[in-house]
Design a protein around this ligand. Sequence first.
Ligand SMILES: [Zn+2]
Length: 218
Amino acid sequence: MPNATFDAPDLTTFARVDELGLVVVGQHLTPARAVLECRLADEDPWCRACGARSTSRGTVSRSLAHAPFGHRPTTLLVRIRRYRCDHCGNRWREDTSTIAPERAKLTRGGIRWALEALVVDHLSIARVAAGLGVAWHTANDAVLAEGQRLLIDDPARFDGVAVIGVDEHVWRRARWMVGHPGRRNSADQGDDGDPERGAARQRSRCESIMRRHRDDQC
Ligand SMILES: [Zn+2]
């Protein structure tokens, strides 16, 4: 990388928690697990009822499994600020819906990692669960729900490039195959070498894998 530009090391961007609207404020590392203490990057002190500015009245914590780094599971300990309005007495806490679905045990990044691990890397649910440091059923439920939402329910699921890393991977792979005709593999692109057809074929494979996995659970 002769022309690479290096930035200052930054755990927030390295662990991709900035994509969840979080910033890392602490770390607790053991050989078996990494715990990253996080806060929402942007405070939200404005009262939902009267619009007055309030000050934080402490935090509550939410523990969420995140995408692992290496073979060490990574957990986010999110400190969620609580507020009480000085003007009208209204109480609220910060909105965490960008970080994880309500009552979920995995971050959105963790869910995406799990789905990619299953569909793209062909890992078993047991390996996915071990990577996340969660119970088998936790990983399985999260993967099924996200796979259903992304790969099966959404009719516009493959429009544009917004569809999670599965799609990015498919595109990268299809384009790589076109750039390396000697390594051409008919399973990865259309018979005429069209990367779009190849990607479409990969997508339908992803769907059938998810359907098969879901049916195995029933
Ligand atoms: Zn108020």
